[in-house]
Design a protein around this ligand. Structure first.
Ligand SMILES: Nc1ncnc2c1ncn2[C@@H]1O[C@H](COP(=O)(O)OP(=O)(O)OP(=O)(O)O)[C@@H](O)[C@H]1O
Length: 375
């Protein structure tokens, strides 16, 4: 990987090496390795219980790892108290002072001896952050009277208001309604402090991770499964589980085998495709096709099937197509799909470079990507 953002000369802003952390017999982190570059916005994505919050707490010093090291700017943080680490963390369950005004809550970090600012400067910073987070009109209100979404923005503002070596944000937009969440995503990256400060951002929402992350780390069972830019994660997912985690409708995965001539044949024989990768004949595989990479017209490999159902998604239509015993979904422009009715024959196309190939899934082990060099 060599895009500008992570070519760096100095040490990583945040580095976690071989972190193990168990609660009783339950391993929350199992050899976690993670590096976040200076100034980078890094999204940690994973399902509930994957170890995301534990990772942030470990960086902040609120949890001590059983083994492994945490380094900030190249310095080992072993024995360094949370307050002395210089990171600012925003929890999903935010701790605000309910009886004090939103302004007071935002101002409290600026009153600590280390971050004390002259009153006028503090007011200016708070005003600017409040404006960007859309909470300017709430500053006089006691926090206890605000909605969950408003409180969450105050909690986020409280983290962003003071200079920090890194921001650690734990699902900071989770309590906002869908529309506000979408606009806040854009706002968040426009905030100067965020642009200039290394940010480790936890989410279970893949759309959020793709929208925000300079890089994304996919975490599962206390380990990082894959780290990469959004393009790397999207076009070269490590395994079928990563592929399934990104994109709605979900990626289509057709089971089949590699033929003697090196092509793909689906289990029921209804779909045949040439393959770019060299895989031994007889190997059981899954071919992945993203719904937006399948088209009702255009160039590419052909797949012949019949319409099962269509569903309008705003300006696009999701079409589910039966290919032999399998079903695949595709997202097509409305103009291409409005005439389609159930059982109509259809011809689909997929461009060869958009086909993904995986080993077959096995119990407890999602199929790994094959032939990643194809793109
Ligand atoms: N204080 C604790 N005591 C006991 N078990 C814990 C504690 N904190 C976390 N765990 C366990 O460690 C595992 C990882 O938890 P963690 O909160 O880091 O996951 P997460 O990815 O942040 O999930 P979520 O999105 O639900 O917050 C889970 O199995 C969780 O139950």
């Amino acid at each position: 990987m060599s895009t500008g953002i992570h070519t760096r000369l100095g040490p990583a802003a945040i580095a976690l090496r071989g972190i193990h952390k168990a609660y009783g017999k339950n391993a929350a982190l199992a050899g976690l390795e993670l590096e976040v570059a200076e100034g980078e916005f890094f999204c940690l994505l994973g399902p509930s219980g994957a170890g995301k919050t534990t990772t942030l707490k470990t960086v902040a010093g609120l949890e001590a790892p059983d083994s492994g090291t945490v380094e900030l700017d190249g310095t080992d943080m072993d024995g360094v108290e949370p307050y002395d680490r210089g990171v600012a963390m925003c929890f999903e369950s935010y701790a605000l002072y309910p009886h004090r005004s939103a302004y007071d809550n935002l101002a409290s970090p600026l009153r600590s001896p280390r971050h004390r600012l002259p009153a006028a400067e503090a007011r200016e910073r708070i005003g600017a952050i409040a404006e960007l987070l859309g909470i300017s009109g709430l500053l006089d209100r006691p926090v206890g009277q605000l909605s969950n979404g408003q409180r969450q923005r105050i909690a986020l503002g409280r983290v962003l208001v003071r200079p920090a070596r890194a921001f650690l944000l734990d699902e900071p937009l989770s309590h906002l309604d869908a529309k506000l969440r979408q606009s806040m995503r854009a706002e968040l990256k426009a905030i100067g402090a965020v642009q200039h400060t290394t940010t480790l951002y936890v989410t279970h929402d893949s759309v959020e991770a793709l929208a925000l992350g300079d890089r994304i780390g996919v975490i599962r069972d206390g380990r990082i499964v894959q780290t990469g830019t959004r393009e790397e994660i999207w076009y070269r997912p490590y395994d079928t589980e990563v592929a399934r985690a990104f994109g709605r409708p979900r990626i289509n995965l057709l089971p089949g085998t590699v033929t003697d001539s090196g092509g793909f044949r689906s289990a029921d024989g209804a779909v045949e495709l040439p393959l770019g990768a060299e895989v031994a004949p007889g190997t059981e595989v899954l071919v992945g096709m993203r719904p937006r990479d399948l088209a009702l017209r255009g160039d590419g490999h052909e797949l012949i099937g019949s319409v099962y159902v269509t569903e309008v998604l705003g300006r696009a239509v999701e079409v589910t197509v039966r290919l032999g015993e399998q079903y695949v979904s595709l997202v097509a422009p409305r103009a291409d799909a409005t005439h389609l009715r159930p059982d109509d024959p259809v011809r689909l196309t997929v461009r060869p470079e958009n086909l993904l190939l995986f080993e077959a899934d096995r119990p407890g082990r999602p199929g790994r990507g094959i032939g990643k060099s194809a793109r």
